[in-house]
Design a protein around this ligand. Structure first.
Ligand code: ADE
Length: 452
C-alpha cells in the first residue's frame, strides 16, 4: 500500500534536489520551523512554494500537534486571499508542505523599499486582508501571528495571507472559551494577549489587521520602542498617534481597531459595514471556484498510476497526512461517520470500488434529474430548472479519494444552487452508497498512520 512518497534522505535541501515530481529551487524565506523554497512541478512546469519542516524540531518542541493542526487548518481553507496548501510529502526527517506560490513577494519588502501606500491602494490591501481573515474566522480558524511579513502579494497586486502555523482551532480553547498561548510578533500583538488574561482569536487578529493598516497607510509601526517593556506599555495603553494628514475615514478606522479594550473594539462584521472600508469593496467569493479549473487541487502523484490501472474508475490517492488535513478537526473518529450535512461540503467513507461508487452515484443522481459530466476522474452533477432561474438548480462536484485499495472517501462539494436540493441529494447518496462500520474504518486508518 502506498502511504507516503518515499524520498531520498539528504541533510540539507539543495537547489535542483528532487522531491517526488517537484524540483526544489532557491530559498524564498525562512520561517519559524524551517525554510520556504520555490519548487517546480516537473509534469506541469508550474511553480510552487515548499515549506520544509524539520521533524526533529517539532518533536523536540513538543509541537507535533501544532503542525498537524497547521496542516489540518490550511486544508480547510480555500480563499483567493489565503495561501493554499496543495499537498504534504514527508521523508524520515522532514515534512514538506507544497503551497501556492505567490510571485510578488512580501508586502513588508514593498513598504520597506517604496514606502507607504496611497490611501486607495492601502484600502484595497486592507479590504482583501479583512476578506481573507474573516473568511478564516467564520471557519473557526484564527491566525494569531498576523504581520506584514505574512502578507504576500501576487503579480496582479492582490494579497494572500500565509503562515497559519500558529493558528488554533476551536477545540484548543480552554473551558472559559478563550485562547491561552502567547505568540506573535510583539509589535502586532493585541494588548489582551500581552496581558495574558486569555483572549479571543478573532478580536486579537482584528487588532493585528489594524496595526498592518497603520503601517501600510502611515509607513511605520504604530507601537514601537527599542525597550520591550516600554513597547508593551504603549500597546497596553493603546497609546497611538494617528497622523492628522490621513483622511477622517481612515483615522476613524484605525482608532476603532486599535481600541485596547477587546470588548469595545470594532468587529470584522462592523468593519465591513464601515463607509470608508466599503468604498470600492468587491468581496471575494471563496468556495465558488470551479473544481475542474483547478486541476492541481489534489495533484495525483506518480504512485497513483498503479492504482488507476487497478480500478477502472479513478480516485485521487491520498496519504494519511492529507487525510488528517481533510478531516473537520483532528478527531478522525468523526471523519467516517455520516457527518451533519454542511452547507457546502460533505465527506463520507465507502468500501465500494471507484467503479461501483461512480456507477451508483450516476444511477442515483440521473434518477433525480441530474446530468453527469466526467473529467479528470471527478464528476460534476448538474440540474437546471427551466421554469425558474435559481429555484431547484444545483451543481455539485464529486471527488473520490483512495485511502487504501479497499477504502475510499467520497467528497460532495456544492458549487452553486439550492441548499435544500443539495441536502436532499446528499441524503439520498448517503443512503444508496452505505457507510461501512466505524470500527472497521478506524483500524484501517490506524495502520496507515503508524507508517508515518
Ligand atoms: N514565501 C513564503 N511563502 C511563500 C509563498 N507561498 N509564495 C512565495 N513566497 C513565499
Amino acid at each position: 500500500m502506498v502511504i507516503m512518497t518515499k524520498l531520498g534522505e539528504k541533510k540539507n535541501e539543495r537547489e535542483g534536489m528532487r522531491l517526488g515530481k517537484y524540483e526544489l529551487g532557491r530559498t524564498l524565506g525562512e520561517g519559524n520551523f524551517g525554510k520556504v523554497k520555490i519548487a517546480r512541478n516537473t509534469d506541469s512546469d508550474q511553480p510552487y512554494a515548499v515549506k520544509i519542516i524539520d521533524k526533529n524540531k517539532i518533536i523536540d518542541l513538543n509541537i507535533t500537534n501544532q503542525i498537524k493542526r497547521e496542516i489540518a487548518t490550511l486544508k480547510l481553507l480555500r480563499h483567493p486571499n489565503v495561501v493554499r496548501l496543495y499537498e504534504v510529502l514527508a521523508s524520515k526527517a522532514k515534512i514538506y508542505m507544497v503551497l501556492e506560490y505567490v510571485n510578488g513577494g512580501e508586502l513588508f519588502h514593498i513598504i520597506a523599499s517604496k514606502g507607504k501606500l496611497t490611501e486607495r491602494e492601502g484600502r484595497k490591501v486592507f479590504q482583501q486582508m479583512i476578506d481573507g481573515v474573516s473568511y478564516c474566522h467564520t471557519r473557526g480558524v484564527f491566525h494569531r501571528d498576523l504581520k506584514l511579513e505574512n502578507v504576500l502579494v501576487d503579480n496582479k497586486g492582490n494579497i494572500k495571507i500565509t503562515d497559519f502555523g500558529l493558528s488554533a482551532l476551536p477545540q484548543h480553547l480552554r473551558a472559559d472559551g478563550l485562547l491561552h498561548t502567547t505568540c506573535g510578533s510583539p509589535n502586532y500583538v493585541a494588548p489582551e494577549v500581552l496581558a495574558n488574561k486569555g483572549y479571543h482569536g478573532a478580536t486579537s487578529d482584528t487588532w493585528s489587521c489594524g496595526v498592518i493598516l497603520y503601517v501600510i497607510l502611515v509607513g511605520y509601526l504604530p507601537f514601537d520602542d527599542r525597550n520591550i517593556v516600554v513597547l508593551y506599555q504603549k500597546i497596553l495603553k493603546g497609546d497611538v498617534q494617528i497622523p492628522a494628514w490621513l483622511s477622517p475615514g481612515a483615522r476613524n478606522m484605525i482608532k476603532r481597531i486599535l481600541d485596547p479594550n477587546p470588548e469595545t473594539r470594532i468587529t470584522m462584521a462592523e468593519i465591513k459595514e464601515d463607509p470608508w472600508f466599503k468604498k470600492g469593496y468587491i468581496p471575494a467569493n471563496p468556495e465558488d471556484e470551479d473544481v475542474y479549473v483547478d486541476n492541481e487541487a489534489f495533484p495525483i502523484r506518480e504512485e497513483t498510476n498503479e492504482v488507476e490501472q487497478r480500478n477502472s474508475g479513478s480516485a485521487t490517492l491520498i496519504n494519511a497526512f492529507q487525510l488528517i488535513g481533510m478531516s473537520s478537526c483532528l478527531d478522525l473518529s468523526g471523519f467516517f461517520e455520516k457527518e451533519e450535512i454542511s452547507e457546502r461540503k460533505i465527506r463520507f467513507a465507502s468500501k465500494l470500488s471507484v467503479k461501483d461508487l461512480n456507477e451508483r452515484i450516476e444511477d442515483t443522481v440521473t434518477e433525480m434529474g441530474f446530468i453527469v459530466q466526467k473529467k479528470n476522474g471527478k464528476l460534476k452533477l448538474m440540474r437546471e430548472n427551466k421554469s425558474h432561474k435559481t429555484l431547484g438548480c444545483l451543481s455539485v462536484a464529486v471527488e473520490v479519494f483512495e485511502i487504501s485499495p479497499s477504502l475510499y472517501v467520497v467528497e460532495l462539494r456544492k458549487s452553486y444552487g439550492d441548499g435544500s436540493v443539495y441536502k436532499q441529494l446528499c441524503k439520498k447518496l448517503l443512503n444508496d452508497l452505505g457507510v461501512p462500520p466505524k470500527q472497521e474504518l478506524m483500524s484501517e486508518l490506524s495502520s496507515q498512520l503508524e507508517d508515518i
